[in-house]
Design a protein around this ligand. Sequence first.
Ligand SMILES: Nc1nc2c(ncn2[C@@H]2O[C@H](COP(=O)(O)OP(=O)(O)O)[C@@H](O)[C@H]2O)c(=O)[nH]1
Ligand SMILES: [Mg+2]
Length: 127
Amino acid sequence: MEEGMQLIDENGNFNVDGLQDFVTATEFAQSGLSYAIVAIIGSQSSGKSTLLNQTFHTKFKEMDAYNGRSQTTKGIWIAKCSDIDPFTIVMDFEGTDSNRRGEDDAAFERQSTLFALEIADVVLINL
Ligand SMILES: Nc1nc2c(ncn2[C@@H]2O[C@H](COP(=O)(O)OP(=O)(O)O)[C@@H](O)[C@H]2O)c(=O)[nH]1
Ligand SMILES: [Mg+2]
């Protein structure tokens, strides 16, 4: 589960079945109220996924610069951090200032950023 699962896709659809599988596989429910959620926000290709992977030993997709500077993270991904107690869930975000999304599609960025602020115990802001 370190590679994570896509909680919300690029069109804003919530992955209900995926979350159910994630909760079962990680035994999240057994942790009771003893858990922490870490989220990261910041512009696209600023190194968010790389920073999370280095820090929390997750395996979120990172951009491979040799294969062109394309966007890797789409929507919102979550992964369990396997080596932190209490139970820690890390959330990786698509990022703001996406090239792919035009000026008109700022809604996803605003909503996903608000979601991060709302849900996370710790929000990392990557500059
Ligand atoms: N030089 C340098 N490159 C980095 C650093 N962090 C990430 N990168 C590279 O920047 C690119 C984008 O990183 P990624 O983590 O996919 O960015 P994200 O879109 O914010 O998740 C990748 O090719 C990384 O290897 C850093 O601290 N220094
Ligand atoms: Mg990323």
